[in-house]
Design a protein around this ligand. Structure first.
Ligand SMILES: Nc1ncnc2c1ncn2[C@@H]1O[C@H](COP(=O)(O)OP(=O)(O)O)[C@@H](O)[C@H]1O
Ligand SMILES: [Mg+2]
Length: 269
């Protein structure tokens, strides 16, 4: 991978972050005293019941919104607005239907308005092929989104995220709409690509415990109303190059079920 071309990797840090929203019923606290650190090059997953504030956390790190109190730091700098150091991937692939896969992946570089590194036409061509290779889509590069399966579209969206070379990747349930098999292959792909590059810091949101344990170095479990971090798990399963071996380990099943039970108890009634 072209790791050396990436800007230096980012540490993401939340310090005592509270976020209140104004509602018709008055001000409502969505996040209360949320603090955690994701070290440069690590993947951390935030998991918790619907409405606990997971997307709110990503929006704060992205700089789309500001905390009511506390602060969000990326590389020690307080986040005040969105920036090219942080890339975002949503639940839907959001590819442009009138463009080929190649052009969709090239899009952030052609239309980044200075947000991404300047590349010559030849460099851009090479970069697109490089990231299409990384996600296994080189041969599909002339297809349009409607000619592709959901999994292929998701891989194209991942290539488009990677090509912008943001050091922090903010991913909000990006694989939630995929079928189980495709989802597993996307999880493996993400982990393989991120670990191969070694420099991306990933903050990943999911409500799937198995996904969290398969892809991340750290898991933060949240409760709802207000959203708080109630548990930090340092995931002990090593490189996880072969997922089949990992999911069959009794320690994996045990931790997975323990977290699922804890999550069930946290769902607001
Ligand atoms: N812009 C907003 N205005 C008012 N309330 C919001 C806004 N964004 C999120 N919320 C509320 O904050 C809480 C957390 O939302 P969210 O972060 O989307 O949860 P999650 O992603 O964990 O499902 C929810 O109760 C939601 O209704
Ligand atoms: Mg959400």
């Amino acid at each position: 991978m072209s790791g050396e071309t990436l800007s230096r990797s980012a540490q993401i840090e939340l310090q005592g972050v509270c976020k209140a929203f104004d509602t018709r019923a008055g001000s409502r606290l969505a996040l209360e005293q949320v603090s955690f650190v994701v070290k440069a090059g690590e993947t951390a997953t935030v998991i918790g019941p619907t409405g606990c504030g997971k997307t709110t956390i990503l929006n704060l790190v992205a700089g789309f919104t500001q905390p009511s109190s506390g602060q969000v730091l990326v590389n020690g700098q307080r986040v005040t607005e969105p920036g090219p150091d942080r890339g975002f991937m949503f639940q839907r692939p959001t590819l442009l239907p009138w463009m080929t896969v190649f052009d969709n992946v090239a899009f952030p570089c052609r239309h980044g308005h200075g947000l991404t590194r300047q590349r010559s036409k030849a460099e851009l061509h090479e970069a697109v092929l490089h990231y299409l290779d990384a996600v296994g889509l080189r041969d599909a590069r002339e297809l349009h989104p409607h000619q592709m399966s959901g999994g292929m579209q998701s891989r194209a969206a991942l290539a488009r995220l990677l090509i912008a070379e943001s050091s922090a990747l903010l991913m909000d349930e990006p694989f939630a709409a995929l079928d189980a098999q495709t989802r597993l292959s996307m999880q493996q792909l993400l982990r393989r690509v991120v670990k191969a590059e070694g420099q991306r810091t990933v903050l990943f949101i999911t409500h799937d415990v198995e996904e969290a344990l398969l892809i991340s170095d750290h898991v933060f479990l949240m409760s709802a109303s207000p959203g708080r971090i109630v548990r930090h798990v340092e995931v002990p399963f090593g490189s996880r190059e072969n997922y089949r071996d990992v999911v069959l380990r009794p320690e994996f099943t045990e931790l997975k079920h323990e977290l699922i039970d804890q999550l069930e108890r946290l769902v607001p009634t």
